[in-house]
Design a protein. Sequence first.
Length: 408
Amino acid sequence: MINAAKQQLRIKELELNSLLEITQAINNNLPEDSLYKIYNFTLRANLNISKLALYILNQDNTWQSKVCFGTEVNFTQIPIEPAGLNTREVSILEKIDLPQEFKEFDIVIPVYHKDKVLAYVFVTEMRKDGQEHSIDTTFVQTLTNIMVVAIENKKLARRQLAQEALNKELEIAQQVQTMLFPKKMPNNESLQVKAYYFPHHSIGGDYYDFIEIDKDKFLLGIADVSGKGVPAALLMSNFQASLRILARRTTNLEEIVRELNYVIYQNSGGGSFITFFCGLYERDTQRFSFINAGHNPPFFCDETGQIQLLEKGTTVLGVFHPLPFLDKVVIEKVQSFLLMTYTDGVVETRNEEDEEFGHDRLMQFFEENKETSPEELHTKLVNLIDGFRSGNQYADDVTLFSCRVRKK
């Protein structure tokens, strides 16, 4: 009797020391692998356990063994599907339908935290001289709970840090993107330029610009970069900087487009591309020149009321170097006009029947509203699209960029 009491006291001391050791390791912020090693050593050396496998719930909702000792099979290589474990009480393995390999164990011990099972401990009792030495399942649960919750907290902390880093990147990218757009655009009797921009996510891939060359000459452009997020914003910022530098150096649209294509090709290695439309208006010569590099064709209405789709130019920028073809189009003798450009988020917007807004609806809208100002044009079109989608989310970034020139 005395020997049995001493043995029980010794086990309790070992358990207490084990709890202190694992707690100290957690307080010292040891990595997960070190915690698992301490757990392994503690249960292998100090308790009546001959075989053990600790299973932890993964993010993909499968169970994977992180600790294994004394077994004939390496259970760290044997995952368990969610349906394979559903017991919430200490249970005898014979009563649970698991693969044949688990016949090595006597019992399974579930480990909870706030009514959620975080781990299962499979154990076999130590047998000496024909006697079974019972396992303190409460202690196993307690020790496992302390360790698993600590590891879960570490994972949560890492996710929070990663999210904070991502938020910071997005904040910087948003600032960069905001700097891309022109701060002020003309709005007077002879020249009105307006833009509407609605990003699908916090960081969009659309860009528009207005560059005044001199009092009688300006360049405007709209672009859409493949991809989203920070990489797209950085590529577009490089594109914008290059465009503005080139526009100050030359008004030759072919040269500008060739150089932009080279810049994008060099920066992305052909892995990303940009659709781009650029137009140059010279009031003194009454000429409007343009190149469309794979972008949605803008609508152009001159003083006669005739509508043209500005489609010709070249392919998307950044995929081929040199460009396989390049055509500049010049519209002569134009004193007044309305130009409406847009990105594909406009025509790809879908309604509840999964029907696209489409190019035909946009053409009809432009024909009916070609006499309005750019600001009114955008307001009416946004209202029309919102009514069409009936609460559905936009499929992509939505950008409208329009310009009306009147004779002075």
